[in-house]
Design a protein around this ligand. Structure first.
Ligand code: HEM
Length: 380
């Protein structure tokens, strides 16, 4: 769909209001079918269909700031307190961490009271925040994403056929991209323009870059986008080179972001500030289009909490397996932080179904962990 076709849709005029297009349910069903098809069921453990290459899952503490403005004291930000947390850093689509890619940060808070949005997880005690290292998403809604995912599904099926099936991985990838370009990107210049900058050159470390939710969420009666920025305090970032990794696998370029995480956290604590940016204009800061940046001049982000990641040795086979079995989802949430907008509505079914399918194939529990699990399983 091009921009002129999109602009005929009326923009919602009320702050925080969602506008659900008629065709959305069928678009979501199409995306679900494709992502199921794209799940790599031949690998063990079966990786996540997106963000399958994790750099590591680390232990953290989420410290809600004191003295927040009354209007922002909602949900987990109601009072100054600490939550135990796990944070997963990941590549978007590439197994090779030296390749261009999007990078993810997913935060899971533990000990969060109140009913959760997913019926089957009402009693769970977790709240997740799922973020990318780019301020906007590359697809505006479920209908556009359905079109893109159909093209991706076709390209992927083609790249696994004939001579390509036995070709080296690099060549298979090139064939896939060529097919996608010829059959989709070539005729979708707007989407192409949005997609290319999401694939970034690998940063020196996932600990040194900012991340954004790109999609909106409730903060009580407000609609906000979340973001996270690394703190630059001298106390937390001493001027020292991280030690060279002892594990030979970590010296391979394909694992460079995991190696950086291991090395940095072996030497020092790090911290990120966690922000909310309020929607103050329903047209210029849309709920239904995460490809539009929300202007910081119009509405500056407000710091709500600090994510403190203590120095630690996290990279053990046991924790790798526990981290693989986790599921992060924007819908692991309380009503005060309900996800908003079409891309988030699509993610409700997608993340729930895909996480439970891979967990079933991997024969791991399909439940949200709690604080008891964190001390009993993670810390032991
Ligand atoms: C319709 C659009 C989207 C689709 C189809 C999609 C699909 C998926 C899937 C299937 C997973 C793996 C779920 C699991 O097995 O646990 C995933 C994970 C992830 N997605 Fe999305 N996603 C979409 C939008 C987004 C957006 C807007 C963001 C922006 C923050 C995002 C960031 C991530 C991250 C960071 C992860 C990794 C979470 C983890 O560490 O477990 N995705 N996505």
């Amino acid at each position: 769909m091009n921009r002129s076709a999109m602009s005929v849709r009326a923009a919602p005029l009320v702050l925080g209001e969602e506008a659900i297009p008629e065709e959305e349910a069928s678009a979501i069903a199409q995306i679900v079918a494709v992502v199921h098809d794209l799940l790599d069921t031949s690998a063990r453990p079966v990786p996540r269909q997106e963000h399958g290459k994790g750099h590591g899952v680390v232990r953290a503490e989420f410290r809600v700031a004191a003295g927040l403005p009354e209007a922002l004291r909602q949900g987990v930000f109601r009072e100054p307190r600490s939550y135990q947390a796990l944070v997963r850093f990941s590549n978007g689509g590439q197994r090779d961490e030296s390749a261009r890619d999007a990078h993810g940060m997913a935060i899971k808070l533990f000990g969060v009271t109140g009913p959760k949005l997913l019926e089957e997880e009402r009693e769970a005690s977790t709240q997740d925040f799922v973020l990318l290292d780019h301020p906007v998403f590359f697809m505006r809604d479920a209908a556009c994403y359905a079109q893109f995912s159909r093209a991706l599904g076709a390209a992927s099926a083609w790249s696994r056929l004939g001579w390509r099936a036995s070709a080296p991985v690099k060549l298979q990838k090139l064939a896939l991209f060529g097919h996608l370009y010829w059959n989709y990107l070539r005729s979708h210049p707007e989407e192409r323009k949005l997609l290319l900058p999401v694939r970034k050159a690998p940063p020196p470390s996932g600990l040194d870059i900012p991340y954004w939710s790109t999609t909106p969420y409730r903060l009580g009666s407000h609609a906000v986008r979340w973001s996270v920025r690394p703190r630059r305090d001298a106390a937390l970032l001493p001027d020292q080179a991280p030690p060279a990794p002892a594990d030979p696998a970590l010296r391979e370029p394909g694992n460079r972001l995991r190696a950086a995480l291991v090395a940095q956290l072996s030497g020092r604590d790090v911290a990120f500030d966690f922000f909310a940016q309020r929607q103050t204009d329903p047209v210029a800061m849309p709920i239904e289009d995460p490809t539009v940046a929300w202007s910081e001049e119009r509405s500056p982000s407000v710091m709500l909490a600090t994510l403190h990641i203590p120095r630690q040795a996290f990279d053990t086979p046991r924790r790798r397996a526990l981290g693989e079995a986790l599921s992060f989802s924007p819908w692991h949430a309380i009503a005060e932080h309900r996800p908003l907008g079409g891309i988030n509505r699509a993610r409700r079914r997608i993340y729930t179904e895909l996480a439970s399918r891979r967990r079933e194939l991997n024969q791991t529990a399909n439940v949200e962990p709690d604080e008891g699990w964190l001390t009993r399983e993670w810390d032991s």
